[in-house]
Design a binder for this molecule. Structure first.
Ligand SMILES: Cc1cc2nc3c(=O)[nH]c(=O)nc-3n(C[C@H](O)[C@H](O)[C@H](O)COP(=O)(O)OP(=O)(O)OC[C@H]3O[C@@H](n4cnc5c(N)ncnc54)[C@H](O)[C@@H]3O)c2cc1C
Length: 582
């Protein structure tokens, strides 16, 4: 047998956000591992995908790199302004209550309000910070080293061939991770099929601008990204610093083909047609490096094999309307690192580890694809794309009011097996309900309101394990599973399931038990404040997922009407609208 040129414990292909995250977390929790990253480019290199979500900051903090990213001075994303939905009026989505962002000098710490904000990153700078950080914690990082081929034996990767100055030849590792992004080099080599579960087949055209204005300045260096529908697609406007702004257009591939315009002409036409983006780019200049790409949503059939993992964009891609690609990449990468750490520890069944990684991450990507379908199909501003929106809605079976939409979105379940947190594509239950109702110009409706009796429904469920990831370990907890939906016996879900047991409980009994739990002396002030909100969202999600059957028995008190102030994170826009005289 040919002697390998190089040996390591974990070989990672690609040094984007996914690759750096896997490498850093492996080194953090098991410093003795030999971890190598092979990246074909020399960083900094430009990359599209700049608008982050707050959850990334939690992972950056765990990686020990949040302070460096903060020190780079990227604009702080406190939310987004949209022209999207039935009405042409602008509206805001806020990460902080009512968008209240205090003017705290920078660089700041990852605490308080900054735990709820995100960054708008210039990927050339951001990806380099992360990759350099991976090297600084001991990963062996090789830039301008491309992986050229992969040798396999059945479902096992036996080696990869790397071409570069320092490593040139066969590399053997115990585990291999495909973080090669769109290239998906291992996915293709391992013959993993990709599902395209959506009609959304778009292309994106973008350029970078110098001297564009920010739509809003909030606190110190806080702003909102702009997402503006035009008749045939939508524009993103993402400031990346004081002087550089990413401005892109997304249109259906068919529309682009049928219009027959050159990409530059279509791009400039869309900018000219949108009052917000045209105003903000007045007097600004383009870098004149127009780029374009297909942004076809897809989902790989399997994300893990005998000794390999697909991670980040090589595992799947959801349309950028939700600005979630990097969040999925960082989150999936953290999961791969934790999974490999458990493989080395040998305490969990390996098949279970592979399955939980595949299922959890496929589910997350699928939720985003589904939510993107919903966004597109319900956008009345696509005046030239009515048939396209109808086709997406038809293919997805989306002809509905907001209650139906809620049920449709929840096909794969709202309760997350890993954390028992109830959300959908990163949006809380309240936010998802508000968004769907807003798009459909419908009232927000909670199943919970007015119900008097609640019963746990475990019929047809099997017992299994859920997991949660904490400080480098995957901890197992008991869980019920039915129709790909999970009921983890953990957190608020576990509390509710234990309380109900096999007894029907009244609303009054649950409220009483919740008060006793919340007000126990050992609870912190934060827990006391958060528990009622979490309980409502958990009950609503458990009803939607079929774990609770709720009914009304006349003569009993129904679940008390609760006021949820939806305007704290979603409301009509005032500032940008004023800027453009709307
Ligand atoms: C039009 C568009 C807009 C987007 N907007 C957003 C957004 O606003 N917010 C957001 O969060 N996400 C967005 N995304 C998604 C985001 O860009 C990706 O999710 C993210 O870059 C994925 O990170 P990754 O590490 O998996 O892959 P990448 O960042 O693509 O990194 C992969 C790396 O692998 C390297 N590589 C490839 N092949 C090889 C090889 N053979 N050998 C060695 N190295 C190799 C590449 O050079 C690259 O550096 C957008 C995507 C598109 C297409």
């Amino acid at each position: 047998m040919e002697k390998p040129e190089y040996y390591c414990d974990v070989a990672i292909v690609g040094g984007g956000p996914a690759g750096s995250t896997v490498a850093t977390l492996l080194k953090k929790y098991r410093p003795k591992l030999r971890v190598a990253v092979f990246e074909k480019e020399q960083f900094p290199r430009d990359h599209v995908g700049e608008s982050q979500l707050p959850y990334i900051s939690v992972i950056l903090d765990e990686m020990g790199v949040w302070d460096q990213v903060e020190a780079a001075g990227f604009p702080i994303k406190v939310g987004a302004t949209y022209r999207w939905g039935k009405s042409p009026k602008l509206w805001d989505f806020e990460f902080l209550n009512h968008g209240q962002f205090e003017p705290v000098p920078r660089p700041s710490k990852f605490e308080g309000q900054r735990q709820h904000t995100a960054f708008q990153v210039d990927r050339g700078i951001y990806d380099k910070i992360l990759l350099d950080h991976a090297a600084s914690v001991g990963a062996e990082v090789y830039q301008q080293h491309a992986v050229k081929s992969i040798d396999t034996d059945g479902d096992t990767i036996t080696s990869i061939t790397v071409q570069g100055d320092q490593v040139n030849g066969k590399v053997e590792a115990k585990y291999y991770v495909d973080c090669s992004g769109y290239a998906g080099i291992m996915r293709k080599r391992m013959g993993i099929e990709s599902l395209v579960p959506t009609t959304l087949q778009n292309i994106a055209i973008w350029d970078y601008w110098r001297g564009a204005s920010w739509a809003v300045n909030i606190g110190i260096e806080g702003t909102r990204v702009q997402v503006m529908s035009v008749g045939y697609g939508w524009l993103w406007f993402i400031p990346l610093g004081n002087d550089r702004t990413s401005v892109g257009l997304v249109v259906p591939a068919n529309y682009y083909r049928d219009r027959g315009l050159r990409p530059n002409d279509l791009y400039m036409e869309a900018l000219a047609n949108d009052p917000v983006v045209s105003k903000l780019t007045e007097g600004a200049t383009r870098e004149d490096q127009l780029q374009s790409t297909k942004d076809w949503s897809f989902l790989a059939d399997r994300l893990a094999g005998d000794n390999w993992f697909l991670c980040g964009e090589s595992a799947g891609f959801a349309d950028p309307i939700l600005a979630a690609g990097m969040t999925l990449a960082h989150k999936g990468a953290r999961d791969v690192a934790y999974t490999i750490l458990e493989f080395f520890r040998g305490e969990h069944d390996e098949d279970w580890l592979r399955e939980r990684y595949t299922e959890g991450n496929r589910r997350a990507i699928m939720q985003h694809i589904r939510f993107a379908d919903f966004w597109y199909s319900q956008n009345g501003q696509f005046s030239d794309l009515k048939d396209y929106a109808k086709e997406i809605a038809g293919d997805a079976g989306l002809d509905m009011n907001s209650d139906d939409a809620w049920r449709w979105l929840g096909t794969g379940g709202f309760v997350d097996q890993d954390s028992s947190i109830t959300d959908f594509a990163g949006f809380s239950v309240v936010a998802t309900k508000s968004l769907t109702a807003n798009f459909l110009e419908d009232e927000v409706h909670y199943e919970l309101f007015g119900k008097t009796h609640f019963r746990l429904n475990l019929g047809g469920a099997v017992q299994g394990f859920g997991s949660n990831l904490f400080q480098g370990r995957i901890n197992k907890h008991p869980c019920y599973i039915r129709d790909e939906k999970y009921l983890p016996m953990l957190g608020v879900c576990g509390w509710v399931a234990h309380l109900l047991g096999n007894q029907e409980r009244t609303a009054r009994e649950i409220v009483g038990a919740a008060d006793a739990f919340r007000l126990a002396p050992e609870r912190t002030q934060l827990e006391q404040a958060m528990f009622p909100k979490l309980l409502i969202q958990t009950l609503e999600a458990m009803i939607a997922d079929g774990w609770i059957v709720a009914k009304v028995v006349p003569g009993h008190d129904g679940w008390p009407k609760f006021d949820i102030d939806e305007s704290r994170f979603m409301h009509e826009n005032k500032d940008v609208a004023k800027l453009v005289g709307e």
